[in-house]
Design a protein around this ligand. Sequence first.
Ligand SMILES: Nc1ncnc2c1ncn2[C@@H]1O[C@H](COP(=O)(O)OP(=O)(O)OP(=O)(O)O)[C@@H](O)[C@H]1O
Length: 438
Amino acid sequence: MLNVTNPSVQLTYDNIIGAIQHYLPHTLIHAFKYIDDEGDFITVRTDRETADMIKAYVTANFDRASNSFSHSLIIYPSNDSIQDGSSSLRNRPDLHVEVPVSPSISARHLQGIQQALSSGSLHSASPMNINLGSDTSHGTGSPDSLKLASIMNGPLSADANPLSLDQLTYDPSTDRLGAGNGGNVFRVVHNSTNTTLALKIIGLDATSPEEQRQIISELSILHSFSGAFFHDNEIYIATELMDGGSLDRYKPIPEPELGRIAVMVVHGLQYLWSIGIMHRDVKPSNMLINTTGIVKLCDFGVSRQLINSTALTYCGTHAYMSPERLNESKGYKIQSDLWSLGVSLYEMAIGEHPFPSECLLSPVPLFNSIVQGKVNSLPRAKFSVSMCMFVNQCLSREPEKRPHPRTLIEHPFIAAYNDGNTGVVAEYVKMRIQSGMG
Ligand SMILES: Nc1ncnc2c1ncn2[C@@H]1O[C@H](COP(=O)(O)OP(=O)(O)OP(=O)(O)O)[C@@H](O)[C@H]1O
Protein backbone atom coordinates (compact mmCIF):
# COMPACT_ATOMS: atom_id res chain seq x y z
CA MET A 1 0.00 0.00 0.00
CA LEU A 2 1.31 3.46 -0.87
CA ASN A 3 -0.10 6.73 0.37
CA VAL A 4 -0.03 9.41 -2.27
CA THR A 5 0.07 12.84 -0.68
CA ASN A 6 -0.77 16.00 -2.55
CA PRO A 7 -2.31 14.18 -5.49
CA SER A 8 -2.25 16.16 -8.71
CA VAL A 9 -4.25 15.71 -11.88
CA GLN A 10 -0.96 15.95 -13.75
CA LEU A 11 0.24 12.68 -12.28
CA THR A 12 0.94 10.19 -15.02
CA TYR A 13 0.85 6.44 -14.85
CA ASP A 14 4.66 6.40 -15.15
CA ASN A 15 5.00 8.81 -12.18
CA ILE A 16 3.16 6.36 -9.95
CA ILE A 17 4.84 3.24 -11.29
CA GLY A 18 8.20 5.04 -10.92
CA ALA A 19 7.45 5.87 -7.30
CA ILE A 20 6.42 2.29 -6.56
CA GLN A 21 9.56 0.93 -8.26
CA HIS A 22 11.63 3.24 -6.08
CA TYR A 23 10.45 1.34 -3.02
CA LEU A 24 10.22 -2.06 -4.65
CA PRO A 25 13.23 -2.00 -7.01
CA HIS A 26 13.42 -5.74 -7.60
CA THR A 27 9.79 -6.23 -8.45
CA LEU A 28 8.28 -5.70 -11.87
CA ILE A 29 5.04 -3.76 -11.39
CA HIS A 30 2.65 -3.99 -14.33
CA ALA A 31 -0.33 -2.09 -12.90
CA PHE A 32 -1.76 -0.72 -9.69
CA LYS A 33 -5.18 -0.57 -8.09
CA TYR A 34 -7.23 1.82 -6.04
CA ILE A 35 -10.59 1.51 -4.29
CA ASP A 36 -13.32 3.64 -5.82
CA ASP A 37 -16.09 5.31 -3.83
CA GLU A 38 -18.28 2.24 -4.26
CA GLY A 39 -15.65 0.07 -2.61
CA ASP A 40 -14.54 -1.72 -5.80
CA PHE A 41 -10.89 -2.32 -6.68
CA ILE A 42 -10.13 -0.55 -9.98
CA THR A 43 -7.02 -1.53 -11.94
CA VAL A 44 -4.99 1.25 -13.58
CA ARG A 45 -2.68 0.59 -16.53
CA THR A 46 -2.70 3.81 -18.58
CA ASP A 47 -2.40 7.60 -18.25
CA ARG A 48 -6.08 7.95 -19.00
CA GLU A 49 -7.05 5.55 -16.21
CA THR A 50 -4.64 7.42 -13.91
CA ALA A 51 -6.34 10.72 -14.80
CA ASP A 52 -9.78 9.13 -14.19
CA MET A 53 -8.59 7.93 -10.78
CA ILE A 54 -7.31 11.38 -9.81
CA LYS A 55 -10.49 13.07 -10.97
CA ALA A 56 -12.69 10.62 -9.06
CA TYR A 57 -10.54 11.09 -5.98
CA VAL A 58 -10.63 14.90 -6.16
CA THR A 59 -14.39 14.89 -6.73
CA ALA A 60 -15.15 12.57 -3.84
CA ASN A 61 -12.61 13.79 -1.30
CA PHE A 62 -12.16 17.51 -1.61
CA ASP A 63 -13.69 19.10 1.47
CA ARG A 64 -14.78 22.58 0.59
CA ALA A 65 -15.24 23.67 4.19
CA SER A 66 -11.65 22.91 5.18
CA ASN A 67 -10.26 23.46 1.67
CA SER A 68 -8.40 20.18 1.90
CA PHE A 69 -8.73 16.54 1.00
CA SER A 70 -10.55 14.38 3.51
CA HIS A 71 -8.08 11.49 3.20
CA SER A 72 -5.14 10.32 1.14
CA LEU A 73 -5.48 8.41 -2.08
CA ILE A 74 -4.24 4.88 -1.46
CA ILE A 75 -2.92 2.76 -4.30
CA TYR A 76 -2.00 -0.90 -4.35
CA PRO A 77 0.82 -2.19 -6.58
CA SER A 78 -0.27 -5.08 -8.73
CA ASN A 79 2.23 -7.79 -9.39
CA ASP A 80 1.97 -11.54 -9.46
CA SER A 81 4.96 -12.06 -7.20
CA ILE A 82 3.56 -9.51 -4.75
CA GLN A 83 0.12 -11.10 -4.80
CA ASP A 84 1.72 -14.43 -3.96
CA GLY A 85 4.13 -12.95 -1.47
CA SER A 86 3.75 -11.81 2.08
CA SER A 87 1.20 -9.22 3.10
CA SER A 88 4.01 -7.05 4.48
CA LEU A 89 5.24 -6.62 0.90
CA ARG A 90 1.75 -5.89 -0.39
CA ASN A 91 0.83 -3.46 2.37
CA ARG A 92 3.33 -0.69 3.01
CA PRO A 93 1.44 2.09 4.82
CA ASP A 94 4.78 3.64 5.72
CA LEU A 95 5.53 4.42 2.06
CA HIS A 96 4.62 7.89 0.80
CA VAL A 97 4.89 9.06 -2.77
CA GLU A 98 5.75 12.74 -2.59
CA VAL A 99 4.18 14.50 -5.51
CA PRO A 100 4.70 18.25 -5.96
CA VAL A 101 1.50 20.26 -6.02
CA SER A 102 0.95 21.15 -9.66
CA PRO A 103 -0.59 24.40 -10.91
CA SER A 104 -3.69 22.45 -11.84
CA ILE A 105 -6.49 21.16 -9.67
CA SER A 106 -5.09 21.42 -6.19
CA ALA A 107 -7.32 22.36 -3.31
CA ARG A 108 -6.21 25.97 -3.76
CA HIS A 109 -7.21 26.02 -7.40
CA LEU A 110 -10.55 24.40 -6.79
CA GLN A 111 -11.30 27.19 -4.35
CA GLY A 112 -10.10 29.74 -6.94
CA ILE A 113 -12.36 28.24 -9.57
CA GLN A 114 -15.31 28.27 -7.19
CA GLN A 115 -14.76 31.90 -6.24
CA ALA A 116 -14.23 32.94 -9.82
CA LEU A 117 -17.34 31.19 -11.02
CA SER A 118 -19.54 32.58 -8.30
CA SER A 119 -18.30 36.12 -8.74
CA GLY A 120 -18.70 35.94 -12.52
CA SER A 121 -15.03 36.64 -13.20
CA LEU A 122 -12.08 34.37 -13.59
CA HIS A 123 -9.33 36.93 -13.07
CA SER A 124 -8.25 35.30 -9.84
CA ALA A 125 -7.90 31.83 -11.34
CA SER A 126 -4.49 30.91 -12.69
CA PRO A 127 -4.07 29.26 -16.07
CA MET A 128 -4.78 25.58 -15.73
CA ASN A 129 -3.25 22.72 -17.60
CA ILE A 130 -5.27 19.62 -16.96
CA ASN A 131 -3.75 16.51 -18.42
CA LEU A 132 -6.61 14.14 -19.07
CA GLY A 133 -4.44 11.59 -20.82
CA SER A 134 -2.50 11.66 -24.06
CA ASP A 135 -5.48 11.96 -26.36
CA THR A 136 -7.43 14.35 -24.25
CA SER A 137 -5.03 17.03 -23.13
CA HIS A 138 -5.83 20.62 -23.95
CA GLY A 139 -4.14 23.90 -24.34
CA THR A 140 -3.71 26.14 -21.38
CA GLY A 141 -4.88 29.65 -20.79
CA SER A 142 -7.19 31.59 -18.57
CA PRO A 143 -10.74 30.91 -19.59
CA ASP A 144 -12.25 34.17 -20.78
CA SER A 145 -15.57 35.58 -19.81
CA LEU A 146 -17.24 34.22 -22.93
CA LYS A 147 -16.31 30.68 -21.99
CA LEU A 148 -17.47 31.39 -18.48
CA ALA A 149 -20.74 32.77 -19.75
CA SER A 150 -21.44 29.52 -21.50
CA ILE A 151 -21.86 27.39 -18.43
CA MET A 152 -24.35 27.83 -15.66
CA ASN A 153 -23.30 30.01 -12.78
CA GLY A 154 -24.78 29.69 -9.35
CA PRO A 155 -26.84 32.65 -8.27
CA LEU A 156 -25.34 32.90 -4.83
CA SER A 157 -21.78 33.62 -3.86
CA ALA A 158 -19.68 30.90 -2.28
CA ASP A 159 -19.76 32.63 1.08
CA ALA A 160 -23.49 33.41 1.07
CA ASN A 161 -25.65 31.99 3.84
CA PRO A 162 -26.73 28.47 3.03
CA LEU A 163 -29.94 28.50 1.04
CA SER A 164 -33.06 26.90 2.52
CA LEU A 165 -36.65 26.40 1.45
CA ASP A 166 -37.99 29.12 3.74
CA GLN A 167 -35.98 31.74 1.83
CA LEU A 168 -37.83 30.95 -1.40
CA THR A 169 -41.38 31.66 -2.58
CA TYR A 170 -43.16 29.78 -5.36
CA ASP A 171 -46.47 28.22 -6.22
CA PRO A 172 -45.98 24.60 -7.38
CA SER A 173 -49.28 24.69 -9.31
CA THR A 174 -48.37 27.67 -11.52
CA ASP A 175 -44.61 28.14 -11.43
CA ARG A 176 -43.38 24.92 -13.02
CA LEU A 177 -40.79 25.56 -15.74
CA GLY A 178 -40.34 21.97 -16.80
CA ALA A 179 -39.78 18.40 -15.71
CA GLY A 180 -36.89 16.02 -16.23
CA ASN A 181 -36.16 12.42 -15.33
CA GLY A 182 -35.37 13.15 -11.75
CA GLY A 183 -37.96 15.80 -10.88
CA ASN A 184 -39.41 19.23 -11.54
CA VAL A 185 -37.98 22.70 -12.12
CA PHE A 186 -39.83 25.75 -10.75
CA ARG A 187 -39.53 29.50 -11.10
CA VAL A 188 -38.94 30.80 -7.55
CA VAL A 189 -38.24 34.13 -5.89
CA HIS A 190 -35.37 34.46 -3.43
CA ASN A 191 -37.12 36.57 -0.79
CA SER A 192 -34.31 38.69 0.64
CA THR A 193 -32.78 39.66 -2.74
CA ASN A 194 -36.03 39.57 -4.74
CA THR A 195 -34.15 37.60 -7.41
CA THR A 196 -36.00 35.16 -9.63
CA LEU A 197 -34.24 31.79 -9.85
CA ALA A 198 -34.82 28.33 -11.24
CA LEU A 199 -35.20 25.66 -8.55
CA LYS A 200 -34.71 22.03 -9.51
CA ILE A 201 -36.18 19.51 -7.09
CA ILE A 202 -34.94 15.94 -7.41
CA GLY A 203 -36.54 13.13 -5.45
CA LEU A 204 -33.90 10.73 -4.17
CA ASP A 205 -34.05 7.10 -3.23
CA ALA A 206 -33.52 6.95 0.51
CA THR A 207 -30.18 8.60 1.20
CA SER A 208 -28.18 8.55 4.40
CA PRO A 209 -26.85 11.80 5.90
CA GLU A 210 -23.40 10.68 4.69
CA GLU A 211 -24.64 10.27 1.08
CA GLN A 212 -26.38 13.64 1.30
CA ARG A 213 -23.16 15.23 2.47
CA GLN A 214 -21.33 13.65 -0.45
CA ILE A 215 -23.89 14.86 -3.01
CA ILE A 216 -23.65 18.42 -1.71
CA SER A 217 -19.86 18.22 -1.67
CA GLU A 218 -19.70 16.90 -5.25
CA LEU A 219 -22.18 19.49 -6.48
CA SER A 220 -20.19 22.25 -4.77
CA ILE A 221 -17.03 21.20 -6.56
CA LEU A 222 -18.58 20.51 -9.92
CA HIS A 223 -20.99 23.38 -10.08
CA SER A 224 -19.28 25.92 -7.88
CA PHE A 225 -22.38 27.07 -6.14
CA SER A 226 -23.80 26.99 -2.67
CA GLY A 227 -27.43 27.03 -3.78
CA ALA A 228 -28.13 23.35 -3.10
CA PHE A 229 -29.77 21.90 -0.03
CA PHE A 230 -31.74 18.86 1.19
CA HIS A 231 -35.29 18.76 2.47
CA ASP A 232 -37.34 15.57 3.09
CA ASN A 233 -34.97 13.38 1.07
CA GLU A 234 -35.22 15.66 -1.94
CA ILE A 235 -32.36 17.76 -3.22
CA TYR A 236 -33.09 21.37 -4.18
CA ILE A 237 -30.70 23.04 -6.62
CA ALA A 238 -31.12 26.74 -7.33
CA THR A 239 -29.58 28.23 -10.47
CA GLU A 240 -29.90 31.29 -12.64
CA LEU A 241 -33.26 31.47 -14.42
CA MET A 242 -32.90 31.32 -18.21
CA ASP A 243 -36.05 32.98 -19.55
CA GLY A 244 -35.95 31.19 -22.91
CA GLY A 245 -35.95 27.73 -21.32
CA SER A 246 -34.16 24.79 -22.92
CA LEU A 247 -33.31 24.34 -26.60
CA ASP A 248 -35.27 21.10 -27.02
CA ARG A 249 -38.39 23.28 -27.30
CA TYR A 250 -37.11 25.25 -30.29
CA LYS A 251 -36.23 22.53 -32.79
CA PRO A 252 -35.92 22.82 -35.75
CA ILE A 253 -33.64 25.86 -35.52
CA PRO A 254 -32.31 27.52 -38.71
CA GLU A 255 -28.55 27.33 -39.34
CA PRO A 256 -27.64 31.02 -38.75
CA GLU A 257 -29.07 30.85 -35.22
CA LEU A 258 -28.02 27.26 -34.56
CA GLY A 259 -24.46 28.01 -35.70
CA ARG A 260 -24.14 30.78 -33.12
CA ILE A 261 -25.74 28.56 -30.48
CA ALA A 262 -23.18 25.85 -31.36
CA VAL A 263 -20.35 28.35 -30.82
CA MET A 264 -21.59 29.12 -27.29
CA VAL A 265 -22.00 25.43 -26.49
CA VAL A 266 -18.47 24.73 -27.75
CA HIS A 267 -17.09 27.56 -25.59
CA GLY A 268 -18.88 26.08 -22.57
CA LEU A 269 -17.59 22.58 -23.26
CA GLN A 270 -14.04 23.76 -23.84
CA TYR A 271 -14.12 25.64 -20.56
CA LEU A 272 -15.38 22.59 -18.67
CA TRP A 273 -12.76 20.38 -20.29
CA SER A 274 -10.06 22.91 -19.45
CA ILE A 275 -10.85 22.49 -15.75
CA GLY A 276 -10.92 18.71 -16.07
CA ILE A 277 -14.69 18.17 -16.12
CA MET A 278 -16.44 16.15 -18.80
CA HIS A 279 -20.01 17.28 -19.31
CA ARG A 280 -21.36 13.69 -19.67
CA ASP A 281 -24.96 14.77 -20.42
CA VAL A 282 -24.84 17.06 -23.47
CA LYS A 283 -28.33 17.27 -24.98
CA PRO A 284 -30.72 20.04 -26.06
CA SER A 285 -32.65 19.97 -22.78
CA ASN A 286 -29.40 20.74 -20.95
CA MET A 287 -28.75 23.80 -23.13
CA LEU A 288 -30.59 26.79 -21.73
CA ILE A 289 -31.15 30.06 -23.55
CA ASN A 290 -32.27 33.54 -22.58
CA THR A 291 -33.75 36.51 -24.39
CA THR A 292 -30.37 38.25 -24.55
CA GLY A 293 -29.27 35.44 -26.88
CA ILE A 294 -26.95 33.69 -24.41
CA VAL A 295 -26.79 29.91 -24.24
CA LYS A 296 -25.54 28.10 -21.14
CA LEU A 297 -24.91 24.47 -20.41
CA CYS A 298 -26.41 22.98 -17.28
CA ASP A 299 -26.33 19.58 -15.54
CA PHE A 300 -22.63 19.10 -16.28
CA GLY A 301 -20.43 16.48 -14.71
CA VAL A 302 -23.40 15.30 -12.69
CA SER A 303 -22.49 14.11 -9.22
CA ARG A 304 -21.92 10.34 -9.23
CA GLN A 305 -23.59 9.95 -5.88
CA LEU A 306 -26.60 11.89 -7.16
CA ILE A 307 -26.90 9.56 -10.17
CA ASN A 308 -26.72 6.57 -7.84
CA SER A 309 -29.48 8.03 -5.69
CA THR A 310 -31.97 8.85 -8.43
CA ALA A 311 -33.92 6.60 -10.74
CA LEU A 312 -33.03 7.79 -14.23
CA THR A 313 -34.89 6.27 -17.15
CA TYR A 314 -32.74 4.39 -19.63
CA CYS A 315 -33.71 6.01 -22.92
CA GLY A 316 -33.96 9.59 -21.65
CA THR A 317 -30.39 9.52 -20.48
CA HIS A 318 -28.86 7.23 -23.11
CA ALA A 319 -30.16 8.53 -26.45
CA TYR A 320 -27.28 11.02 -26.61
CA MET A 321 -24.55 8.72 -25.31
CA SER A 322 -21.59 7.81 -27.48
CA PRO A 323 -21.01 4.22 -28.64
CA GLU A 324 -17.83 3.97 -26.57
CA ARG A 325 -19.65 5.16 -23.47
CA LEU A 326 -22.50 2.66 -23.90
CA ASN A 327 -19.83 0.05 -24.41
CA GLU A 328 -18.00 1.13 -21.26
CA SER A 329 -15.51 -1.73 -21.34
CA LYS A 330 -13.62 0.35 -23.93
CA GLY A 331 -13.47 3.39 -21.66
CA TYR A 332 -14.51 6.83 -22.81
CA LYS A 333 -13.16 10.33 -22.66
CA ILE A 334 -14.09 13.87 -23.59
CA GLN A 335 -14.63 12.99 -27.26
CA SER A 336 -17.76 11.34 -25.89
CA ASP A 337 -19.18 14.85 -25.26
CA LEU A 338 -18.60 15.57 -28.96
CA TRP A 339 -20.73 12.63 -30.05
CA SER A 340 -23.53 13.98 -27.83
CA LEU A 341 -23.01 17.43 -29.35
CA GLY A 342 -23.37 15.92 -32.84
CA VAL A 343 -26.62 14.16 -31.90
CA SER A 344 -27.91 17.38 -30.31
CA LEU A 345 -27.02 19.59 -33.31
CA TYR A 346 -28.59 17.11 -35.73
CA GLU A 347 -31.76 17.02 -33.65
CA MET A 348 -31.95 20.80 -33.25
CA ALA A 349 -31.35 21.28 -37.00
CA ILE A 350 -33.82 18.71 -38.31
CA GLY A 351 -36.22 18.40 -35.41
CA GLU A 352 -35.61 14.66 -35.16
CA HIS A 353 -33.02 12.41 -33.58
CA PRO A 354 -30.43 10.96 -36.03
CA PHE A 355 -31.56 7.42 -35.17
CA PRO A 356 -35.00 6.10 -36.12
CA SER A 357 -37.60 7.14 -33.56
CA GLU A 358 -38.74 3.56 -32.86
CA CYS A 359 -35.20 2.79 -31.64
CA LEU A 360 -35.49 5.44 -28.95
CA LEU A 361 -38.25 3.61 -27.12
CA SER A 362 -36.36 0.73 -25.58
CA PRO A 363 -32.80 -0.02 -24.51
CA VAL A 364 -31.78 -2.84 -26.88
CA PRO A 365 -32.74 -1.19 -30.22
CA LEU A 366 -31.30 2.09 -28.94
CA PHE A 367 -28.02 0.43 -27.99
CA ASN A 368 -27.82 -1.39 -31.36
CA SER A 369 -28.55 1.79 -33.33
CA ILE A 370 -25.90 3.80 -31.52
CA VAL A 371 -23.25 1.11 -31.56
CA GLN A 372 -23.77 -0.27 -35.09
CA GLY A 373 -26.85 1.21 -36.83
CA LYS A 374 -26.94 3.64 -39.72
CA VAL A 375 -26.30 7.23 -38.65
CA ASN A 376 -28.23 9.77 -40.72
CA SER A 377 -26.45 12.79 -42.18
CA LEU A 378 -27.86 16.30 -42.42
CA PRO A 379 -29.30 17.02 -45.91
CA ARG A 380 -26.72 18.99 -47.90
CA ALA A 381 -29.43 20.93 -49.69
CA LYS A 382 -30.58 22.56 -46.44
CA PHE A 383 -27.35 23.13 -44.54
CA SER A 384 -23.86 24.42 -45.31
CA VAL A 385 -21.10 21.99 -46.23
CA SER A 386 -19.16 22.92 -43.08
CA MET A 387 -22.16 22.27 -40.82
CA CYS A 388 -22.87 18.87 -42.43
CA MET A 389 -19.19 18.02 -42.08
CA PHE A 390 -19.04 19.08 -38.41
CA VAL A 391 -22.10 17.04 -37.44
CA ASN A 392 -20.89 14.03 -39.47
CA GLN A 393 -17.48 14.18 -37.82
CA CYS A 394 -18.99 14.44 -34.33
CA LEU A 395 -21.11 11.38 -35.16
CA SER A 396 -18.11 9.29 -36.13
CA ARG A 397 -18.04 6.01 -34.17
CA GLU A 398 -14.28 6.27 -33.85
CA PRO A 399 -13.64 9.02 -31.26
CA GLU A 400 -10.35 10.05 -32.84
CA LYS A 401 -12.14 10.92 -36.09
CA ARG A 402 -14.31 13.50 -34.32
CA PRO A 403 -13.15 17.14 -34.40
CA HIS A 404 -10.16 17.50 -32.07
CA PRO A 405 -11.27 19.02 -28.73
CA ARG A 406 -8.32 21.42 -28.68
CA THR A 407 -8.97 22.85 -32.14
CA LEU A 408 -12.76 22.65 -32.10
CA ILE A 409 -13.12 26.41 -32.28
CA GLU A 410 -11.13 26.47 -35.54
CA HIS A 411 -13.46 24.07 -37.33
CA PRO A 412 -14.89 25.88 -40.41
CA PHE A 413 -18.46 25.53 -39.08
CA ILE A 414 -17.66 26.98 -35.65
CA ALA A 415 -15.31 29.62 -37.11
CA ALA A 416 -18.03 30.74 -39.55
CA TYR A 417 -20.42 31.61 -36.72
CA ASN A 418 -17.93 32.75 -34.09
CA ASP A 419 -18.76 36.43 -34.60
CA GLY A 420 -20.25 37.16 -31.17
CA ASN A 421 -23.57 38.12 -32.77
CA THR A 422 -25.87 37.22 -29.88
CA GLY A 423 -28.40 39.73 -31.24
CA VAL A 424 -29.41 37.29 -34.01
CA VAL A 425 -30.07 34.61 -31.41
CA ALA A 426 -31.87 37.03 -29.06
CA GLU A 427 -34.27 38.15 -31.82
CA TYR A 428 -34.95 34.55 -32.75
CA VAL A 429 -35.70 33.52 -29.16
CA LYS A 430 -38.05 36.48 -28.63
CA MET A 431 -39.81 35.76 -31.92
CA ARG A 432 -40.30 32.09 -31.01
CA ILE A 433 -41.54 32.96 -27.51
CA GLN A 434 -44.01 35.50 -28.94
CA SER A 435 -45.30 32.94 -31.41
CA GLY A 436 -45.87 30.55 -28.51
CA MET A 437 -43.28 28.04 -29.70
CA GLY A 438 -40.44 28.81 -27.25
N1 LIG B 1 -32.25 27.38 -15.07
C1 LIG B 1 -33.35 27.16 -15.79
N2 LIG B 1 -34.02 28.19 -16.34
C2 LIG B 1 -35.13 27.97 -17.08
N3 LIG B 1 -35.64 26.73 -17.33
C3 LIG B 1 -35.02 25.66 -16.80
C4 LIG B 1 -33.84 25.82 -16.00
N4 LIG B 1 -33.43 24.58 -15.63
C5 LIG B 1 -34.30 23.72 -16.18
N5 LIG B 1 -35.27 24.35 -16.88
C6 LIG B 1 -36.39 23.73 -17.60
O1 LIG B 1 -36.81 22.59 -16.89
C7 LIG B 1 -36.74 21.44 -17.74
C8 LIG B 1 -36.37 20.23 -16.92
O2 LIG B 1 -35.01 20.33 -16.54
P1 LIG B 1 -34.23 19.12 -15.93
O3 LIG B 1 -32.80 19.52 -15.84
O4 LIG B 1 -34.91 18.68 -14.68
O5 LIG B 1 -34.45 17.93 -16.92
P2 LIG B 1 -33.97 17.64 -18.38
O6 LIG B 1 -32.59 18.18 -18.60
O7 LIG B 1 -35.04 18.11 -19.34
O8 LIG B 1 -33.95 16.07 -18.41
P3 LIG B 1 -33.02 15.08 -17.58
O9 LIG B 1 -33.64 14.91 -16.25
O10 LIG B 1 -33.08 13.86 -18.41
O11 LIG B 1 -31.66 15.70 -17.52
C9 LIG B 1 -35.70 21.78 -18.80
O12 LIG B 1 -35.91 21.03 -19.97
C10 LIG B 1 -35.94 23.27 -18.99
O13 LIG B 1 -36.97 23.46 -19.91
